[in-house]
Design a protein around this ligand. Structure first.
Ligand code: FPP
Length: 249
């Protein structure tokens, strides 16, 4: 039975009545609908992103308490630079603020914080904050929490191909998929089992194209700021009931 303990800064194992081996190891979330949510409340789009950060905090705690191994969230895509400058600047300042406010608690929980995406697009200061979060938490053994920032699946695969081309030790003819994964930003993470998208869209939008090859997709009409632990558990329960065949019969 689910206990009402979400929100503690210490990991509080929670039992959601699903066999451990049926839990998704890696959940990826497309946190969509912040702008529409804000508009519906008569607020600026930026208020939607600020509300989205609160949801993110709750879902990370929930995933950690359930024993999910990895959670990856799409915070800023390579295409999001096309948004008005004020919104882009706000999102970038939210990343800094989030790290300043939440890093200590994530570390206390034993989370490993990672960033994927082309971080060279960000200011030196933000890049340093990202590197600090990663190095502080790299030896932690808890949930692997990855923030995709200036991330695009095609961009990641292209960058990986460039790294491979420059790797003089690579044996191209005998290269396997597992070898190629070493050049991806997500190296070391389990394959994505479940992709959750909020706010009614049913697209992958260039998210984790390689890693989600066999992921189950789950969506809800709820905009990200209104998404909660109950719906998160619903997605996981539905995942656990699905029959995954990975191309077999
Ligand atoms: C999509 O909603 C959401 C984003 C592009 C940004 C997501 C960012 C956050 C939830 C907060 C920042 C994250 C961290 C890690 C601090 P949208 O703006 O496209 O919504 P719309 O489709 O309704 O316009």
């Amino acid at each position: 039975m689910l206990r009402k303990i979400f929100g503690s800064s210490k990991k509080q194992p929670v039992d959601i009545d699903i066999d451990k081996e049926k839990l998704p190891r890696h959940i990826a979330v497309i946190m969509d609908g912040n702008g529409r949510w804000a508009k519906g409340q008569g607020l600026l789009r930026t208020a939607g992103h600020a509300a989205g950060v609160k949801t993110l905090k709750r879902i990370l705690i929930s995933a950690d308490d359930m024993g999910i191994e990895a959670l990856t969230v799409y915070a800023f895509s390579t295409e999001n630079w096309k948004r008005p400058k004020a919104e882009v600047d706000f999102l970038l300042s939210l990343f800094s603020e989030y790290l300043a406010k939440e890093l200590a608690e994530m570390h206390e929980r034993g989370a490993q914080v990672k960033f994927i995406g082309d971080r060279t697009g960000f200011s030196e200061k933000l890049q340093q904050e990202m590197a600090r979060a990663e190095s502080l938490t790299e030896n932690n053994t808890g949930i692997r929490f990855t923030i995709a920032a200036n991330y695009g699946g095609r961009d990641e695969i292209l960058r990986a191909a460039k790294l491979l081309a420059k790797d003089t030790n690579a044996d191209i003819d005998s290269l396997t998929e597992a070898d190629f994964e070493k050049y991806l930003d997500t190296f070391g993470a389990p394959p994505v089992d479940l992709v959750i998208r909020t706010s009614g869209e049913m697209r992958l939008s260039n998210f984790l194209l390689w890693q989600a090859a066999y992921a189950e997709f789950w969506y809800t009409n709820t905009p990200w700021p209104d998404f909660n632990e109950r719906e998160f558990i619903e997605a996981i329960k539905e995942f656990a009931a699905r029959n995954r065949r990975f191309g077999g019969v």
